[in-house]
Design a protein around this ligand. Structure first.
Ligand code: FES
Length: 129
């Protein structure tokens, strides 16, 4: 697999609180937007082969529609049964109007994963409830 950030979609393609299924180099990826922040997670539940992009986005998680396991969008870890295995998550950053993903890299905390906010506006908190 080649590394490097590639364009996955436009920031406007994903509504807040939703996910978009995209294919990058033959890999199915869910681009998930929560507020103004974007995440990239493999678009396949680790419990069975169903797309996570069809699940519900809730804060920093996406919930598998089939049996309800929520996955942390930052780590890919399942936060509830029946899934017990993590789902791969990828480096994701916003560059202007584009959402970029690097399938060969883990999320980088230094990346700007948000759409541009007005100067002086703090990023929205994504702490768990
Ligand atoms: S298929 Fe996703 S939790 Fe069962």
């Amino acid at each position: 697999m080649s590394g490097g950030l590639v364009r996955a979609c436009a920031v406007a393609d994903v509504a807040p609180g939703s996910a978009l299924a995209v294919e990058i180099d033959g890999t199915e990826v869910a681009i998930v937007r929560t507020g103004d922040r974007y995440y990239a997670i493999a678009d396949e539940c680790s419990h069975a082969s169903v797309p996570l992009s069809e699940g519900d986005v809730d804060g920093c998680t996406i919930e598998c529609y089939l049996h309800g396991s929520p996955f942390d969008l930052r780590t890919g870890q399942p936060l509830g049964l029946p899934a017990t295995e993590p789902v791969p998550v990828f480096r994701c950053r916003v560059d202007g109007d584009d959402v970029l993903v690097d399938l060969a890299a883990r999320p980088d905390p230094d990346d700007d994963q948000t759409t541009s906010a007005p100067a002086g506006t703090a990023p929205r908190s994504l702490s768990q409830e």
